[in-house]
Design a protein around this ligand. Structure first.
Ligand SMILES: *Cc1c(COP(=O)(O)O)cnc(C)c1O
Length: 339
C-alpha cells in the first residue's frame, strides 16, 4: 500500500546513484502528481528549486515575462537574472490578456501564476496557453489551484509548477517542489538539471508528500467551503475594506474562474484599513495562526506588504490560507481579531 522512504543513496548496481536515478519513493510521488496533471513530474527539494531549474533551462540572451502580481521568490529570481544580464524582464498586468498573447509569440519564458499569490487575480489561461506561434516556454505556477482545480498542461502550457510544500503536502511538515511537463524534451532537460543542480527531494519528504496527497481532495473540498463562507461574510462587513476571492460573484476574476477552475481554492485576501490594523489583527487571533506560507490543514494569515518584493500590495492586505477547521470557529476568531 505504501512505498516506504528508501534511505539509500547508493545501490549494489553501478548504474544507480540516487541523485541521478532517484528512488522508488520519489517515483511513486512523481507518478501520482504526473497522473493528476497529465504529464511527467520531476520532484525537487522545494518549490523554488523547481522554479530556478526552469529558469536555468534558458540558454543565451533571453526574454522573460512575469506577471505584475507574482510569488515574491519568482519576482526576485527574475529581477536578479535581469540585473546580471542573463535575460530581459517584462512584467505584465495579469488581466491584460492581449499583452500575454503577444508575449507568447516573442518571449523565451512566459511565466504565469493563476490564481496569483497573494492578490488572487485570474489570468485567461485558456487564451494565453492556446496562443501562438510560440517561440519559448509557457509555464504556469499551479500551486494555488492544485491539479484538482486546474490542469495547465491540458490548456496548452508547457510546464506546470508546484510548491508541494503547500496544498499537496498539506500539513506544513515538508519542503518540496515539482515541475510537470508533457513535453519529453523538457522532461529530460529538467531531470538533467535536477541531477546536476543537486536540488533533489528527500526520502522522507517524498513519502510525506504522497501521504498528504491521499487526502488532497477531502482537504481542499472542506477548505474551499470554509473559504467561500468566510469571504461571503467579510463582504457583508464594512470592517473588511476589500475582499479578494475568485469564488465571489462580483470578484473581477469570477467569470474566468468559473470557466477554467474546478474550484475557487482556499486562499482569501482582504484589506483592512491600514498596516497597523492588519498587523494588530494578525496578532490577535487565537485559532488562526499568524504565520507565513499556506496550504496546511490549519488556517494561517499574514500581512503580505511587509515582505520584500511585495511593495505593490496595499499596506493593509492580509492573505488568509483557510484550513479545515470549523467555519464558524474561524469566523468567530476573525471577527474577534478584527474588532
Ligand atoms: C510558496 C510558493 C512558491 C515557493 O515554494 P517553496 O516550496 O516555498 O520553495 C512558489 N510559488 C507559489 C505560488 C508559492 O505560493
Amino acid at each position: 500500500m505504501n512505498t516506504p522512504p528508501i534511505l539509500a543513496s547508493n545501490f549494489s548496481d553501478p548504474s544507480r546513484y540516487a541523485r541521478g536515478t532517484g528512488t522508488a519513493t520519489w517515483e511513486s510521488f512523481e507518478v501520482l502528481l504526473g497522473g493528476l496533471e497529465g504529464g511527467q513530474a520531476t520532484a525537487f527539494s522545494s518549490g523554488m528549486a523547481a522554479i530556478t531549474a526552469v529558469f536555468d533551462l534558458l540558454v543565451g540572451p533571453s526574454s522573460v515575462v512575469i506577471g505584475s502580481d507574482c510569488y515574491h521568490g519568482v519576482t526576485q529570481v527574475a529581477a536578479a537574472g535581469a540585473r546580471s544580464g542573463r535575460w530581459d524582464l517584462t512584467r505584465l498586468d495579469v488581466a491584460d490578456t492581449t499583452a500575454w498573447v503577444d508575449a507568447v509569440t516573442w518571449a523565451d519564458l512566459v511565466w504565469i501564476e493563476s490564481p496569483t499569490n497573494p492578490l488572487l487575480e485570474i489570468a485567461d489561461l485558456v487564451t494565453i496557453c492556446g496562443a501562438g506561434p510560440r517561440i519559448g516556454m509557457v509555464v504556469v505556477d499551479n500551486t494555488f489551484a492544485t491539479p484538482l482545480n486546474q490542469r495547465p498542461l491540458a490548456l496548452g502550457a508547457d510546464i506546470s509548477i508546484h510548491s508541494v510544500t503547500k496544498f499537496l503536502g498539506g500539513h506544513s511538515d515538508l519542503l518540496m517542489g515539482a515541475a510537470v511537463t508533457d513535453r519529453p524534451d523538457l522532461n529530460i532537460r529538467l531531470e538533467k538539471r535536477r541531477a546536476l543542480g543537486g536540488a533533489v527531494p528527500g526520502a522522507l519528504e517524498t513519502f510525506l508528500a504522497t501521504r498528504g496527497m491521499r487526502t488532497l481532495g477531502l482537504r481542499l473540498e472542506r477548505s474551499q467551503v470554509n473559504a467561500l463562507s468566510l469571504a461571503a461574510r467579510m463582504q457583508q462587513d464594512q470592517r473588511f475594506v476589500t475582499v479578494r476571492y475568485p469564488g465571489l460573484i462580483d470578484d473581477p476574476g469570477h467569470s474566468l474562474a468559473v470557466e477554467q477552475l474546478d474550484g475557487f481554492g482556499a486562499v482569501v485576501a482582504f484589506d483592512l484599513i491600514d498596516a497597523d490594523a492588519a498587523e494588530h489583527a494578525c496578532r490577535s487571533t487565537r485559532l488562526i495562526r499568524h504565520a507565513t506560507s499556506l496550504g496546511g490543514v490549519e488556517s494561517t494569515m499574514e500581512r503580505r506588504a511587509a515582505i520584500a518584493g511585495q511593495e505593490h500590495l496595499p499596506p493593509g492586505l492580509i492573505r488568509l490560507s483557510v484550513g479545515i477547521e470549523d467555519a464558524d470557529d474561524l469566523w468567530n476568531d476573525l471577527d474577534h481579531a478584527v474588532e
